[in-house]
Ligand binder design. Structure first.
Ligand SMILES: *[C@@H]1O[C@H](CO)[C@@H](O)[C@H](O)[C@H]1NC(C)=O
Ligand SMILES: *[C@@H]1O[C@H](CO)[C@@H](O)[C@H](O)[C@H]1NC(C)=O
Length: 333
């Protein structure tokens, strides 16, 4: 176990659930002092890896053709293979055509040239995955949301915003003026969300019903994946004033609110206080610092609450598996 542990610690980002698998393997192993067989075989080149049991369907999400295999052997000399993939080869969960910003957005909206009001203002279409959620009878947005899937059928948002509604109560628009509205077919609030403890597991998906209206062609998804942003990553969030801000992701221990650590379902980012009002449900968009050379944006947070310079977000990477599953099953589980 000690050898195994020191091996896995070589890379700090190993999926949490693999530890469970490893724990199961070593559950009955009593004595930890150099048993006959126990150990790890197999070499991985330097770098960071994600390891899974080799039959794990998540391996299909990676474009590495030959997964590196390591063998874990327990005290009864039973061997289990783990397949490991270099993190550089992670492809975004949603295929690759995601998270591409359109600098300058639309040149023309409703016959009028779009102009930036100042250097930090964002034009319509510039981040083509932004969405807003409305109650049918209200022209003020209930919350912001983000398109996360290739067919642009699903909107990610905060559970607190939508848990009191059913799909037919709501519509989604891709501009804050409630133009081009799309019906909502269904709402999926995360099973672990509790309205008594909002901000914890505060994540929901909306499925769109495009029977009446189609999504505008320019709407594109942002990427998401299961890696949290590295600390010191500079991200982007767009305020309700349509100005963009660049908060920075600090070390998790800097995120304490009143001496309390963040919940595992949360991350925080820091921006100068008073700089902006986060729209609840809006995405925190970050580049992937491990994939230098691509400039795709990943949604790493869903804005929840602000405490002076610290904004708390739902940690989207923590829910990547849940998002995959809900999207692939269309909420039928
Ligand atoms: C994968 O293999 C493990 C052990 O070999 C088994 O317990 C598990 O059920 C398998 N999972 C799937 C999805 O086939
Ligand atoms: C989608 O909307 C159409 C018309 O607005 C409606 O007839 C249909 O039942 C809806 N589909 C689902 C699956 O909700």
């Amino acid at each position: 176990m000690i050898r195994l542990w020191s091996f896995l610690v070589l890379c700090l980002v190993v999926r949490a659930d693999i530890y469970e698998d490893i724990d199961k393997l070593f559950l009955n192993s009593g004595d930890e002092t150099a048993p006959e067989c126990s150990g790890v075989q197999g070499d991985l080149p330097r770098g960071c890896y994600e390891c899974y049991l080799c039959n794990d369907s998540r391996l299909r999400n990676y474009h590495t053709p030959n997964h590196k295999i390591i063998h874990l052997t327990d005290h009864s000399c039973t061997t289990t293979d783990l397949c490991c993939v270099p993190q550089e080869d992670l492809i975004p969960r949603n295929g690759g055509q995601c998270g591409v910003m359109v600098p300058g957005g639309f040149k023309v909206v409703k016959g009028k040239k779009q102009k930036k009001t100042n250097a930090r203002s964002v034009l319509k279409g510039e981040y083509p995955w932004r969405a807003w959620i409305y109650r049918r009878d209200d022209y003020r947005p209930l919350c912001a949301g983000t398109i996360v899937e290739d067919n642009v059928d699903f909107v990610l948002t905060s559970a607190t915003c939508v848990h009191n509604y059913i799909g037919t109560d709501l519509i989604v628009s891709f501009s804050r003026d409630r133009n081009e509205e799309i019906d909502v077919e269904a709402i999926k609030v995360h099973e672990s969300y509790r309205s008594k403890t909002p901000s914890i597991n505060d994540i929901a998906l909306l499925k769109l019903n495009k029977t009446r209206e189609r999504t505008p062609r320019w709407v594109k998804p942002v990427c998401y994946h299961n890696l949290p942003p590295m600390h010191a990553t500079t991200c982007t969030i767009i305020a309700d004033s349509d100005h963009f801000i660049n908060p920075v992701v600090p070390l998790p221990e800097k995120c304490k609110i009143g001496n309390k650590d963040l919940h595992v379902s949360q991350i925080c980012a820091i921006a100068p206080p008073g700089d902006y009002d986060p729209e609840t449900g809006a995405g925190l968009f970050c580049p992937d610092s491990l994939r230098t050379g691509d400039s795709n944006f990943y949604i790493n947070g869903i804005a929840l609450e602000q405490h002076e310079s610290i904004t708390i977000y739902t940690k989207v990477s923590h829910f990547a598996g849940w998002i995959d599953q809900e999207i692939s099953q269309g909420f039928n589980d």
